[in-house]
Design a protein around this ligand. Structure first.
Ligand code: NAD
Length: 497
C-alpha cells in the first residue's frame, strides 16, 4: 500500500523508519487507499530547516521573478485542476463539481497574489523635514506555518500560501491527515512552476507535528484553520512563543428568512448551503431562523427540494457525497438521535440511506428538523454534517438576538426583499461575513475571509489586504543625504524644521 510522504526541500521525503502511519480512506467506498506518514519532531525540524535556509534567497528574489513563478503556478493549476479534483473526491468524498469549485476559489487567491508588486508598494514623503525624506516598505516575516483542516484540502491552504510566498516568505504546510494527497500535488506543481526548493514544504502529521511547529523558534507566523478548541489552543501556544497567529475556528451559520423573502429562492439557498459537501463546510448554513408566519411554507419547500437530491459516490454525478470518516458519520448520526430525543420535529430522517456507491461508504442522507429550540444540542453544537435545523422566531428582532447570542460568528445570511431590513441586519449583526440573499457569502480573494467571536482567534483575516499585512512587517525609513549645513551636536529630541 502506498505511503504518502512528506515534501521537504523540493522532493518527496520518505518517513523515518518506525514512523507512525495513519490510514487514508475513500469515504465513498469505505476502503483504505493509502497510509500517510505522521511526522515526528525531527522530521518537522528538517522541514523548518529547509524553509529557513531558503528564506534569505527567496526574500531577495526580485518581485518580477516571484510573480513570474506565481503566474506559472496559476496556469498549471488552471490547466490541471481536474486531476486535483479527482484526488479531493477520492479522499474527502465531496462530489467532483464541488471539488472543482473549491480549487477555483483557491485559484482566485493565486490570481490576487500575482498582483503582489502593487500590494507591496510603500509610501514616500519628500521633504518631511528640510531635505529629509521618509518612506515605508513591507518586508516578509519569515518561515510561515500553515495548518489546515480536512474539509478544503486545496482551497484553505491556498487562502494563505500564495500570499505568503508572493510576499517573500517560505512555507511549511501541515495539511489534514484525513486527505493529505492534495498538498503533495500542489507541492509538485510549485516545483514545475519553478519555485526554488525549500520555499514550499509539506509535513504530514497530527498533534506532534503541530506542537513542534508552534514551539519552533524559526517559524515566525502561524495560519491555522480548524475546529474552535484547536484554533484557540494554536493561538495561545503560538503567541506565547512570540509568533503572529491567525487561527480560524468553527462555525454555526444562521440564515434568517423574513416574511417578505422570495421563499423559493430561500429554499433553494437553504438546500444548497445546508447540504452541499454534506454540510462539511465552515460556511454551511446549519440553522434556518424562520419568522413564524412563513415557517410552514418554507419548511415544506425545503423538504420538497431535499427529497430530489441524489446521494452517492462523488464520481458518479451525484449531488451529495459521504461524510469524511466512519467516526464522523457516527458522530453526526448521534446528533440526529439527540435531536429526535430532545423533541425536535423530524421532517426528513437521513439515517437510512441507499447511496449510489460500491462498498461500505460513510453516507447519511440530508436530515431536516423543525421546531428546534436553542437549548438542543443540534442547535448549540457545530454538527458539520447534512443536518438542517429550523428555529422559529416571532419577528426580525428575536432572530437577530438569537444569532448575536451565538458564540460563533463566521457567516450568516438574511433573505428578504426589504432593503431597509437588510441594511439594518448588515449593521447590527455580530458576524464576520454577511450575505444578503446570498447563502454562502465567501468573500472574493481581494477581500478578506474570517469570522468574529469563537470563529477567529487573532486579528487578521485570510487573504486580501489583511493577508498581505499578516505576511509582512512594516518598516519606515527616514533618510537625509549628507549636507554640511546639517552638522553639529544637538542632544534634543529630533524635531521637524
Ligand atoms: P480539526 O481542528 O480537527 O483539525 C484541524 C487541523 O488541526 C488538522 O491539520 C489537524 O491535524 C490538526 N489538529 C487536530 N487535533 C489537534 C490537536 N489536538 N493539536 C494540534 N493540532 C491538531 O478540524 P477538522 O475536523 O480537520 O476541520 C473541521 C473544522 O474546521 C470545523 O470546525 C470547521 O468549522 C473548521 N473550519 C473553519 C473554517 C473557517 O474559515 N473558520 C474553514 C474550514 C474549516
Amino acid at each position: 500500500m502506498k505511503t504518502i510522504q512528506h515534501w521537504i526541500n523540493g522532493a518527496e521525503t520518505a518517513p523515518a523508519t518506525g514512523s507512525r502511519l495513519s490510514d487514508v480512506t475513500n469515504p465513498a467506498t469505505g476502503k483504505v487507499t493509502s497510509q500517510v506518514a505522521l511526522a515526528s519532531a525531527a522530521t518537522v525540524n528538517d522541514a523548518v530547516a529547509a524553509a529557513t535556509a531558503a528564506f534569505p534567497l527567496w526574500r531577495d528574489t526580485s518581485l518580477a521573478k516571484r510573480v513570474q513563478i506565481l503566474f506559472r503556478f496559476r496556469e498549471l493549476l488552471n490547466a490541471r485542476k481536474p486531476e486535483l479534483a479527482a484526488i479531493i473526491t477520492a479522499e474527502h468524498g465531496k462530489v467532483l463539481d464541488d471539488a472543482l469549485g473549491e480549487i477555483s476559489r483557491g485559484q482566485e487567491v493565486v490570481e490576487f497574489a500575482c498582483g503582489i508588486p502593487h500590494l507591496l508598494k510603500g509610501g514616500y514623503t519628500e521633504n518631511a523635514s528640510t531635505k529629509v525624506d521618509v518612506h515605508s516598505v513591507r518586508q516578509p516575516v519569515g518561515p510561515a506555518a500553515i495548518i489546515s483542516p480536512f474539509n478544503f484540502p486545496a482551497m484553505v491552504p491556498m487562502w494563505f500560501f500564495p500570499v505568503a510566498i508572493a510576499s517573500g516568505n517560505t512555507v511549511v504546510l501541515k495539511p489534514s491527515e484525513k486527505d493529505p494527497t492534495a498538498a503533495n500535488w500542489m507541492a509538485e506543481l510549485w516545483k514545475e512552476a519553478g519555485l526554488p526548493d525549500g520555499v514550499f514544504n509539506v509535513v504530514h502529521g497530527d498533534k506532534e507535528a503541530v506542537d513542534t511547529l508552534l514551539q519552533h523558534e524559526d517559524i515566525k507566523s502561524v495560519s491555522f484553520v480548524g475546529s474552535t478548541p484547536i484554533a484557540q489552543y494554536v493561538y495561545q501556544q503560538g503567541t506565547a512563543t512570540g509568533k503572529r497567529v491567525q487561527a480560524l475556528g468553527g462555525a454555526k451559520n444562521h440564515m434568517l428568512v423574513l416574511p417578505d423573502a422570495d421563499l423559493d429562492l430561500a429554499a433553494d439557498a437553504a438546500v444548497n448551503a445546508g447540504y452541499g459537501a454534506a454540510g462539511e463546510r465552515c460556511m454551511a448554513i446549519s440553522a434556518i431562523v424562520a419568522v413564524e408566519s412563513i415557517a410552514d411554507e418554507l419548511v415544506a419547500k425545503i423538504a420538497e427540494r431535499t427529497r430530489t437530491l441524489r446521494i452517492g459516490d462523488g464520481t458518479r454525478g451525484t449531488d451529495m457525497g459521504p461524510l469524511v470518516t466512519a467516526a464522523h458519520r457516527e458522530k453526526v448520526a448521534g446528533y440526529i438521535n439527540a435531536g429526535e430525543a430532545a423533541g425536535a420535529t423530524m421532517v426528513l430522517d437521513g439515517r437510512n440511506v441507499t447511496p449510489d456507491a460500491e462498498g461500505d461508504g460513510f453516507f447519511l442522507a440530508p436530515t431536516l428538523f423543525d421546531n428546534v429550540t436553542p437549548d438542543m444540542s443540534i442547535y448549540t453544537d457545530e454538527i458539520f454534517g447534512p443536518v438542517l435545523s429550523v428555529v422559529r422566531v416571532p419577528s426580525y428582532d428575536e432572530g437577530l438576538q438569537l444569532i448575536n447570542a451565538n458564540p460563533y460568528g463566521n457567516g450568516t445570511a438574511i433573505f428578504t426583499n426589504d432593503g431597509g431590513a437588510a441594511r439594518r441586519f448588515e449593521n447590527e449583526i455580530e458576524v464576520g461575513m454577511v450575505g444578503i440573499n446570498v447563502p454562502i457569502p465567501v468573500p472574493m480573494a481581494y477581500y478578506s475571509f474570517g469570522g468574529w467571536k469563537n470563529s477567529l482567534f487573532g486579528d487578521s483575516h485570510a487573504h486580501g489586504a489583511e493577508g498581505v499585512h499578516f505576511f509582512t512587517r512594516g518598516k519606515v525609513v527616514t533618510s537625509r543625504w549628507l549636507d554640511p549645513s546639517h552638522g553639529g551636536i544637538n542632544l534634543g529630541f529630533p524635531q521637524n524644521s
